[in-house]
Design a protein around this ligand. Sequence first.
Ligand code: DGL
Length: 248
Amino acid sequence: MIGVLDSGLGGVTVLRELVKTVKNANFLYYCDSVNNPYGDKSSDEVYSIVKNIVDFLLDKGCVTIVIACNTASAICVKRLREEYPDTLFIAIEPAYKMVHDYNPSGKTLVMATKGTIESEKFLALYHKYDNNNTILFPCSGLAELVEEGNEVEINRYLENNLSEYKGVDNVVLGCTHYPLIKKNIRRVLGDVKFFDGSVGVSKELARQLELKSITFDKNNRTSFDFINTSSDSNKNIRFMELMNSSDN
Ligand code: DGL
């Protein structure tokens, strides 16, 4: 089984790609809505939350864990790999390299949580591929609004915070919640090119499974299960709706 974790429903944007890319596997999605948002918490707090989830997923029999949360990846993956040397961790990161590969001269806005933008891991990526035409914008509070699904508040947030960036060409969606609000971002910024890490992380998972010779029974149907830490049963409904839809 492959564990997938996020601070809520955002990681569904990753899970949708994972099930398309890795066939015959069973996925267990851990939706930690109760601790959302991770992005404004201290690194120690995020690490201790994520470590508990990892222990839970390993207990459930997961052999591999996909961190479908940019914030958790940025803050935790190095330490997790040291603490759990026998576990394969696949970690998403903001798709800033894709900008370098596909539209390097374009004016670029990186949207991510404060935790991601201030992390050593992200800053190393940014300095490596810096196109000298990039704005880093820590979207404090935005993932929380997306998690609540409050359209009015999401639109107000974007109007208030992104209007000054009209004219950018590229937008890096550096939090797995943000692909869910592409349509809302376009309302403010117009027809921008979006970059997100879900396809990259799915390909990386497939590559690593092959390298490590981790295989699944060919007769097994790809499946996914959902664990939600909040008592809100609407989350289960939204999870299924999101799994059956594509980004707007
Ligand atoms: N989905 C998350 C990410 O990719 C986390 C948002 C949050 O909990 O702050 O960063």
